[in-house]
Design a protein around this ligand. Structure first.
Ligand code: 13P
Length: 287
């Protein structure tokens, strides 16, 4: 059964580790992530961007697929199904469809409007027993075609949004989605520390988990990060494994590629990536 992410992230923050949010795009990704979480006895969060939700056919399809896998694969670790960077409309749809968690990304609104919209969604999500994440300080990089620059959040704005009752908070600390440029200055631990001082026990979220050096990940966890989002690294691993298989030319004597065999190397590559991240984040054995 899907659970909200609140308890698993409270436990993670108190225990000084982080739970991975791995974004899903199809059956193979979802199955690879869930099976790895089960094998490693780790809690896990499945992230769904609005674009990925559309690609898979809609949020009802996603909920049906995930619930089916939880049952048929006997997944016995805590799993949250979370909308990633949701709009108000997307959040409302996921609340209705049976997700267990949402992120409302109001970072591009003025603070007043972010506060008003977040307040309404907190009440709706909590009314259904779901968790809700908010964002302050735009996280740069490209996400579903929208390119933003990495910003550092204002800690006082973080406190204002935290006080609305969100369950965990993404604060921009110089992190960006996708690969980091060669001249990237690194995470701003000064900002993270200031945010944590004002938000106390609230679990903090680090987006853009791909390509952040291990020592920075560990330091971020020590300063209150309890959820780390990873997407691009799974994409890179999946693409490389699939390309290798296709280039090896193992089709069925001119009948094309068997889709199950074609996607098997990518499936294994995602499992390996997720395992490496869960070990780094310290969530292994914490289910
Ligand atoms: P990456 O694609 O950089 O791993 O970031 C994922 C993310 O933050 C999703 O919200």
């Amino acid at each position: 059964m899907l659970v909200s992410a609140t308890e698993m992230l409270k436990k993670a923050k108190a225990g000084h580790y982080a739970v991975g949010q791995f974004n899903i795009n199809n059956l193979e990704w979802t199955k690879a992530i869930l099976l790895t979480a089960k094998e490693l006895k780790s809690p896990v969060i499945l992230g769904v961007s609005e674009g990925a939700g559309k690609y898979m056919g809609g949020y009802d399809v996603v909920v049906g697929m995930v619930n089916g896998l939880l049952k048929d694969l006997d997944i016995d670790v805590p799993v949250a199904l979370h909308l990633d960077h949701g709009t108000v409309e997307g959040c409302n749809k996921c609340i209705e469809a049976g997700f267990s968690s949402i992120m409302f990304d109001g970072s591009h609104y003025a603070l007043d409007e972010n506060v008003q919209k977040t307040t309404e969604l907190v009440a709706k999500a909590h009314g259904k027993g779901m968790s809700i994440e908010a964002e302050v300080g735009s996280i740069g990089g490209e996400e579903d075609g929208v390119i933003g620059m990495g910003e550092c959040a204002d800690p006082k704005e973080c406190k204002a949004i935290a006080d609305l009752g969100v369950d965990f908070l993404a604060a921009g600390i110089g992190n960006i989605h996708g690969k980091y440029p060669a001249n990237w200055k690194g995470l701003s631990f000064e900002t993270l520390d200031a945010v944590q001082q004002l938000t106390g026990d609230l679990p903090l979220v680090l987006h853009g988990g791909t390509g952040i050096p291990a020592d920075m990940i560990k330091k971020a966890i020590s300063l209150g990060v309890a959820k780390i989002n990873v997407n691009t690294e799974c994409q890179l691993a999946f693409a490389a494994a699939t390309r290798k298989y296709v280039e090896a030319g193992k089709d069925l004597e001119g009948k094309g590629f068997d889709p199950r065999k074609l996607l098997a190397p990518g499936f294994e590559a995602i499992k390996a990536t997720v395992k490496e991240k869960m070990e780094l984040f310290g969530s292994v054995g914490k289910a």
